[in-house]
Design a protein around this ligand. Sequence first.
Ligand code: G3D
Ligand code: MG
Length: 179
Amino acid sequence: MNIQEDYKRYKVCIFGDGGVGKTSLTHRFLEGVFKETYQLTIGMDFYIKKLDIDGKKISLQIWDFAGEEKFRFLLPGAVSGADGCIFMFDLTRYNTFKNLINWLSIFNEVNEKEKQNPSTILVGNKLDLDGLRSINVDEANKFAKHSKFQAYIESSSKTGKNIDEIFNQLSKMMLKNPN
Ligand code: G3D
Ligand code: MG
């Protein structure tokens, strides 16, 4: 009898340009209840975290994309079978926000091909650098709505603000998603 069987398993991927804070977010979230880390490939890191959401046991498989252009060929594999995806940009760098449309187009293409509909959350990170902000909340919310994200959250991987909130909200969405 494998103890893993109690857990409902979800695959979660994190996308966004290099330097937006994907790896910091993952490490911050994993801190404490950290279970396993695998160096899957140079382009993609893979982690597992078990959570209790409203009394339901779930296990998140988190795929952290290395974000370099030369590893983009790994993206379809990460999206395939995904239950949830976090799209992250850096609140202080407008380009990282603008580039999300490129990440979304690859994401949507795979979803169409695989006939899947993962839950999605938009994250504006580096909230601690609020004085350097180059995307305002209204603009981000508008984009989130237009691109059919189920939520928009601003976070700081540095201070830890809203990090658990991101994964809790996404987990709740995935639990509800019949996908
Ligand atoms: P990536 O995995 O998306 O490429 P990283 O991004 O997690 O490697 O983070 C890139 C840089 O941004 C790192 O700084 C990291 O410390 C910083 N960073 C990540 N999240 C935050 C945040 O919320 N606030 C601030 N102020 N910095 C953040 P270095 O200097 O190591 O490159
Ligand atoms: Mg990284």
